[in-house]
Design a protein around this ligand. Structure first.
Ligand SMILES: NC(=O)c1ccc[n+]([C@@H]2O[C@H](COP(=O)([O-])OP(=O)(O)OC[C@H]3O[C@@H](n4cnc5c(N)ncnc54)[C@H](O)[C@@H]3O)[C@@H](O)[C@H]2O)c1
Length: 327
């Protein structure tokens, strides 16, 4: 066993935390992300572990660059994807190419190179508004955006490789993830940044009644680690979430309470998703991952929010207030 792990999407939000966590655990990581002319390594640019992992820039849509990056690895954790829901309304084909063809490239390369452990990242968005809560892995799939549809297609393709070619695939399905380094487009950073940079004492949001199961990024990375080392999860789909949920309104009030501010919440049209595309409620049934692995979620929402707010206070970027956020 070589224990060389290729992480795709490694310079992004979850991928950068995962890369650093795996390196801290003494594992050998090859970090893969999109080629750019500036040789920008995203959130790994200033990583204190930079000399402890290898970075390869390429393109998940390009089979050659995926194969080259994967050579010498026995595990791949595939996170690279286009993830913004609003942009998936504008440019669905880009999502097909990155999320479906990109996953095909990972699976095919892993088949050719005979990898032993292939972890594919799904998303809770594929469940859409469910008939019942909490949601378990066998519940119906109901894709309400091109993003969700491409992720779900990639899931099915991955499971088909397990069934057809005996490829050792595991499918991890995180519910909403938050924490330091997340894009301002996500709901928690947009609320925090609006509170921190507030000039007009208003928080601009969309639907306040939607609920989500929010998970601190370290808990999600721990789930990747436990799934990585488990032997009994091949061919399985594993939901990862806290089995709690909170509405956007209550979440905003919690964040304001931590920051000791009280702003008026204003609903703005451009922040509301098209009606039939709005996923109203998500809450994870996490029994399966708890039964099959040693994973447990450890960070309460309050603890995670405090850590996240501290990070944004030190890393205030362009405020999210004019951005079209998603949850
Ligand atoms: N953030 C969440 O709440 C959440 C929840 C469930 C699932 N996920 C999944 O987790 C994964 C990581 O999401 P994230 O939140 O870290 O997003 P992110 O946008 O920070 O990370 C995605 C990474 O993929 C890379 N990428 C995009 N196109 C690429 C290409 N053509 N070639 C190579 N790399 C490319 C991006 O550069 C980026 O670094 C995604 O698969 C996403 O669907 C995220």
């Amino acid at each position: 066993m070589k224990n060389n792990i290729l992480i795709t999407g490694a310079t992004g939000f979850i991928g950068s935390h995962l890369t650093e966590m795996f390196v801290r655990k003494g594992l050998k990581v090859v970090a893969f992300d999109r080629y750019n002319i500036n040789n920008d390594h995203g959130w790994l640019n200033k990583s204190k572990f930079k000399n402890k992992f290898k970075i390869i820039l390429g393109d998940i849509r390009d089979q050659d660059s995926v194969i080259k990056a994967m050579k010498g690895c026995d595990t791949v954790i595939h996170l690279a994807a286009l993830i913004g829901i609003p942009y998936s309304y504008v440019s669905p084909l880009a999502y097909v190419k990155t999320n479906i063809e990109g996953t095909y490239n990972v699976l095919e390369a892993a088949k050719i190179l005979k990898l032993k452990n292939i972890i594919i990242t799904s998303t809770s968005e594929i469940y859409g508004t469910p008939k019942k809560l909490p949601i378990s892995e066998n519940d119906p799939i109901n894709c309400q955006s091109p993003y969700a549809a491409t992720k779900s297609s990639a899931d099915q393709l991955s499971l088909s490789y397990y069934k057809s070619f005996n490829l050792p695939v595991k499918l991890i399905r995180p519910f909403n993830t938050y924490g330091p380094r997340q894009s301002n487009r996500a709901i928690i950073p947009t609320i925090i940044n609006q509170c921190l940079k507030n000039k007009n004492r208003k928080i601009k949001l969309g639907n306040l009644n939607t609920t989500r199961d929010f998970n601190y990024v370290e808990d999600i990375c721990n789930a990747f680690y436990e799934v990585y080392r488990s032997k009994n999860t091949f061919g399985e789909i594993l939901n990862v979430g806290s089995n709690t949920n909170i509405s956007v309104k209550d979440l905003t009030n919690k964040i304001m309470k931590i920051l000791n501010v009280k702003y008026k919440i204003e609903i703005v049209k451009e922040r509301v998703r098209p009606n039939a595309s709005e996923v109203l409620h998500l809450k994870c049934n996490n029994n399966k991952i708890k039964k099959l692995t040693r994973w447990r979620n450890k960070t309460s929402l309050i603890q995670g929010l405090i850590k996240t707010i501290d990070w944004y206070k030190k890393n205030v970027t362009a405020a999210g207030e004019n951005q079209n956020y998603q949850i």
